[in-house]
Design a protein. Structure first.
Length: 496
């Protein structure tokens, strides 16, 4: 029997003092300190890694967030911001010696301004809730990750999430107009607003996709779009993934920008059809879902063009939605791909990389070779239109060595993405999952420059440490730069 060492008395005393101080800032049930109650926070969607936080804090106001961060900054305490915990890169993985800052209570839609086509929401509002709140007026929020029923707008900002409609309407960064940000020293800043663009450096663009390393977002202004007059989806089946990949390239090459264009291979198709019964063909190796939206005449014309292109690429079937219910059913299958695959394998590892569209046939062929090499199955779902891959590697964590082989398989996929001219992540972020692969894509100087930017916002390196960067340098080593009241300390640089 292994005897665990008892915690050091000084460590316990420090933790007790921290918990007491945090309870003074966030009273009532806002601080969770018992191991049993902190258990739900020990991991995020990347469940292969678990770590119990030192303490969990659930603030409900910007003032409380500011006070918590200032206290942590003054006392050298690490902080990990957390949304709904749906991250698939370990971005919200806690630290044993850090505070987990949960933003779930910021779950209100503060205002909806149809004249300016914006909504102001808290970071704890779920993605789908925004579209639901404005649907009666004929509006919606474009980014729609598959986890949209659970993932929050704050988490979407942290990871720059996309979804099935990002090809035409953009990622989170293209649909966020402003935010309120609290720095680690407690300063509260505002970037952007209801207007379409801001002068000076694009600090809002820096915050979006920063994975909780620069500050904590407490309010977000999102862009609302008018629902298109017509939307129809087309299911196109192919006997090979290479033919489907060629069709994707030819559709984009023809100047057609669909509202969404997704791809699934045979294992994913069968898993989804058994789970959702969406009407997917089962005699194909690959399936494209192509959605066209806009005026009815334009949609019908584009469907005819896509049908011709699909036939040129040796499509075996083509089915067009004839009602809104059928269109939604086609998409329900794609959005249920992750839970559907979870029914056919004890475990799976969801990867996220992006490649040039023209390289899709090559990458699919190489992944089949890797699957044989590592003796692990893989089900593929793609945001095909923008080259964002989501291979689901199937494994059993209870079998010795399978998790290690799975991780090696995933790392090889990501190296391949970079090799063919792509990037390590499309929307899931780097987190801890891809942290040690960053040198595959960036030089040492590139990484140091990125860390200088972090130092400008987080001078002590307390926000979400251990994520993104394989080697973290001290700010003093890099040449310190700091943001104060939304401005840098250098008088020769533009002020905001």
């Amino acid at each position: 029997m292994v005897t665990m060492p008892k915690p050091d008395a000084a460590v316990l005393a420090r933790r007790e003092a921290i918990v007491k101080a945090l309870r003074a800032i966030v009273p009532g049930e806002g601080v969770i300190a018992s191991e049993r109650e902190m258990k739900p926070y020990e991991s995020d969607g990347l469940t292969a890694y678990r770590q119990m936080p030192m303490v969990v804090v659930l603030p409900s106001t910007t003032g409380q967030v500011s006070a918590v961060l200032k206290y942590c900054h003054d006392n050298g305490i690490k902080v990990v911001p957390r949304g709904a915990g749906t991250s698939l890169s370990g971005g919200a993985l806690p630290l044993g010696d850090g505070v987990l800052l949960g933003m779930a209570k910021f779950n209100r839609i503060h205002s909806i301004d149809y004249a300016n086509r914006v909504a102001v929401v808290g970071p704890g509002v779920t993605n789908l809730a925004v579209s639901t709140a404005v649907a009666h007026a004929g509006f919606y929020y474009a980014p729609d990750p598959s986890s949209q029923i659970a993932c929050t707008i704050g988490g979407n900002v942290a990871e720059n999430s996309g979804g099935v409609h990002c090809l035409k309407y953009g990622m989170t960064t293209n649909n966020v107009l402003g935010c309120e940000l609290v720095l680690i020293n407690g300063e509260i800043l505002r970037f952007g607003g209801k207007h379409l663009d801001s002068a000076g450096y694009d600090l809002l663009g820096i915050i979006t996709g920063s994975e909780g390393l620069l500050g904590v977002v407490t309010e977000i202004t999102v862009r609302l779009l008018k629902k298109p007059e017509t939307a129809r989806a087309v299911l196109v089946g192919f006997y090979s993934s290479e033919d489907a990949g060629e069709c994707v390239s030819k559709i984009i090459g023809a100047g057609i920008i669909p509202g969404g264009m997704e791809m699934m291979d045979k294992p994913a198709i069968h898993a989804v059809e058994e789970f959702v019964h969406a009407g997917y063909p089962l005699d194909v190796e690959a399936l494209l879902i192509v959605e066209l939206d806009g005026p009815g005449a334009e949609v019908n014309h584009l469907i005819e063009r896509i049908d011709r292109i699909a036939k040129q690429c040796r499509a075996t079937s083509c089915k067009v939605s004839n009602s809104e219910e059928e269109r939604l059913l086609f998409w329900a299958g794609r959005k249920a791909a992750f839970p559907a695959v979870g029914r056919i394998s004890p475990d799976y590892y969801c990867m996220d990389g992006t490649i040039p569209r023209a390289k899709l046939p090559l990458v699919l062929a190489r992944m089949r070779e890797m699957s044989a090499k590592y003796e692990l199955g893989v089900a593929n779902v793609f945001h095909a239109g923008d080259g964002n891959l989501h291979p689901l590697i199937l494994y059993d964590a209870n079998k010795p060595g399978e998790l290690e082989r799975c991780e090696a398989f995933g790392a090889e996929i990501l190296r391949l993405c970079v090799e063919v001219g792509g990037v390590l992540t499309g929307e899931h972020g780097v987190g801890v999952e891809k942290r040690d692969l960053m040198p595959v894509m960036f030089t040492e100087e590139d990484l140091k420059q990125q860390q200088r930017l972090k130092c400008a916002f987080d001078d002590k390196g307390l926000l979400n440490p251990g994520k993104v960067f394989p080697t973290l340098h001290r700010c003093a080593e890099l040449g310190r730069m700091h943001v104060h009241h939304g401005q840098t300390a250098f008088p020769d640089l533009p002020r905001f």
